[in-house]
Design a protein around this ligand. Structure first.
Ligand code: LRY
Length: 235
């Protein structure tokens, strides 16, 4: 069953359907509608945050769900699925794969216990990492897969605007089963991830965040309007 699930996702596009809290799309029925839309477009799976959203998407779709809970806490910087209680809720809500922060920062529960609890329930786990060392450590601790999700979001990882292709090359070189995720904004970048050895890719904002997509257009339009040279070249 787990092998089937991975075979279903191999070489495919998974779309992360998330809305920041208090954004207009931040409601389970909206997230489910986005999920159904991206599936119509060919997404092989979805990545969904929060119990109510996972539940709403599970009821309306049959594709694999990567589930996570974002929970900010005062005692740790880990915010993607920090606790065993989060793992239990995600599985209860119907996720097939549980994603969690697998960076080397101090955490409430150790990685072996987190990945062990997911495996004990017959689900796959995805360790969200930011460096090669974290990828190795997550696989050693029992992760089914690792994802480049956290690259650029820890102070010690590569800080850049685009996807972390360097990290992908390192993970592939070490023979680790990795998923490419984080700041993939164009189909060309998506193809590059596969060329570097990604099992599958996860794209979020470029597809499911209308505010961020609009901002990209607005910024370009604004710089064109403000630049007399560009305007002159046009006329
Ligand atoms: C770092 C972090 O918290 N990443 C989150 C993980 O679930 C999401 O906010 C991202 O949207 C997701 O990883 C997809 O990435 P992008 O939206 O860049 O395609």
């Amino acid at each position: 069953m787990q092998g089937d699930l991975l075979a279903q996702l191999d070489g495919m596009l998974v779309v992360s359907c998330q809305a920041e809290s208090r954004m207009p799309l931040d409601a389970p029925e909206h997230i489910a509608a986005i999920a159904r839309s991206v599936i119509l477009g060919g997404a092989a799976g979805v990545r969904i945050e929060g119990v109510a959203n996972i539940d709403a998407v599970r009821r309306r779709t049959g594709v694999p769900i990567i589930g996570l809970i974002k929970a900010r806490r005062a005692d740790t910087e880990i915010y993607i699925t920090p606790t065993l209680a989060n793992v239990a809720s995600i599985i209860e809500a119907g996720a097939d794969i549980v994603a969690l922060d697998a960076t080397n920062r101090p955490r409430p529960t150790d990685l072996e216990a987190m990945f062990g609890a997911i495996a004990a329930k017959g689900r796959l786990s995805m360790g969200d990492v930011s460096t090669l060392d974290e990828g190795k450590r997550a696989i050693d601790a029992g992760a089914s897969l690792i994802s480049t999700t956290m690259a650029g979001y820890t102070p010690y990882s590569n800080q850049q605007r685009g996807p972390d292709f360097q990290l992908m090359g390192q993970l592939a070189g070490a023979g680790l089963p990795f998923v490419a995720e984080g700041r993939i904004w164009t189909p060309q970048e998506a193809v590059r991830c596969f060329e570097l050895g990604a099992r599958f890719i996860v794209v979020g904002g470029a597809i499911t965040r209308p505010d961020a997509i609009t901002r990209g257009f607005v910024d370009l339009v604004a710089s064109w309007s403000a630049d007399p040279q560009l305007k002159r070249n046009k006329s």
